[in-house]
Design a protein around this ligand. Sequence first.
Ligand SMILES: [Zn+2]
Length: 497
Amino acid sequence: MPISKTAAALATALSLATIAPASAIDDFFPEFGNEGIDVLHYDLALDVKVSPHVLTGRATLDIVALQQLSSFTLDLAGFDVLRVRINGTPAAFSRVGDKLEITPASPIQPQRRFKVVIVYRGEPTPIQDPTAPGDPDYLLGWFKYQTGTYALSEPVGASTFYPANDEPDDKATFRIAVTAERPLIGVANGAPQSIRAVSNNRREFVWEMDEPMTTWLATVHVNRYAVRQDVSATGIPLRLYTTNATPRADIAGYEAVKGMLEWMTAYVGPYPFDSYGQIVVDDPALYYALETQAMSTFPVGAAYQSIVTHELAHQWFGNSVSVKEWRDLWLAEGFATYFEVLFPHRYNTRAFEAEMQGLYNFAVRTNLGSAVVERGDQIFSNRTYVRGALTLFALRQTVGESVFKRIVRAWASQNVNGSVTSADFIDTAEAISGNPDVRPLLDAWIFQQPVPPLPGASAIAAADTATTATVPDIVGLACGGNNKRAHVVKCDVAATE
Ligand SMILES: [Zn+2]
């Protein structure tokens, strides 16, 4: 959460002073998060032993109280908590389910900034993914496999490796220090800062994410990795981490991100972080890629142009400009899907329009509901991805390519490092376009269930009737209702790419 929001949140919090601090933030996953606090920075020192599998963590959280705190909670799943200190003074704590409740020696006053240090140890264990309740194939958070570990947390898995205020609106900067045994290396978000030996056979790898990041985008990887380095045309360091299991033929697919980054920068505006990385996890159980901030994570066999473009586009849309509430996830996935379709057709407008028409036909055929969804188990549905992308295309068809581009650029630059809602997007599109048709158009596409007419559809169909019946192969399409699974494997769509 940006600091500037603190005053407004404080005013709200004061008016609700009698309510317990550990109240829910996001309607979809109300058991996570705490609206009584604003975490500004996470400093995580994570000592990782792969076999036996043990994580010893020392988390230092820089927090602002948004209301008086006689006690407060953080999300932490599993682990033995060894000690807690607030501003250097020991604090009492207890565990209630996956919450760590901390009681300071005396209540913390509203708007006070304080430091909490939490030392914890145990075997990290992934938790059930609430977007697919009861399905044991859907787990979240920290995973161990063969010789390594990795962490993928969307939407609420952060607590499997660090104490977090795990709700999407509380963004913070991060420093992540990973200690592991030689020859393993530790990788996390952003750029590597230092490597040092902490004993004869253990090394510490320090990573920093200086731009705000939501909790679920934090990642840590430990394995035997080789790194390839490059620099983009605009000076952004690029890193690719692979293992021996990464097919050599895939390397070029990942390295193509350099050209994509250059094109995205020209279209959208500056890349929002100091560096970009891609890391390949060779756990055969991993079936999707994730846009972990400034260090996207890929399973083996995912070096497709569509997937590499999709995760890169998320760095602007979903990461830098992140959703305030999960119901609006189309603002991440719709944009990533739009650019995934546009990039290969960037020099062929007619082919791009025909592909979007194919997606539109799919939406009509399947009665695809509104881009904004009603429940947590719908956030990875085609509504978020496909109807989200079509919402942007309908806007482009209404205002024209050059005004659409201005809207996209304004959206990315005005909300850099921010948290947004669908209403914010409608306001921006209306303001930039000055077109009175934009608000009712976006309202219908974003909030109303029936699939609206596609502006300009007859012109597209007339231009190329042969291809309009084709549904393009996109990252998220039509795979068992949950597009996380559709990302790469176990899915007909990806198998044809
Ligand atoms: Zn995505």
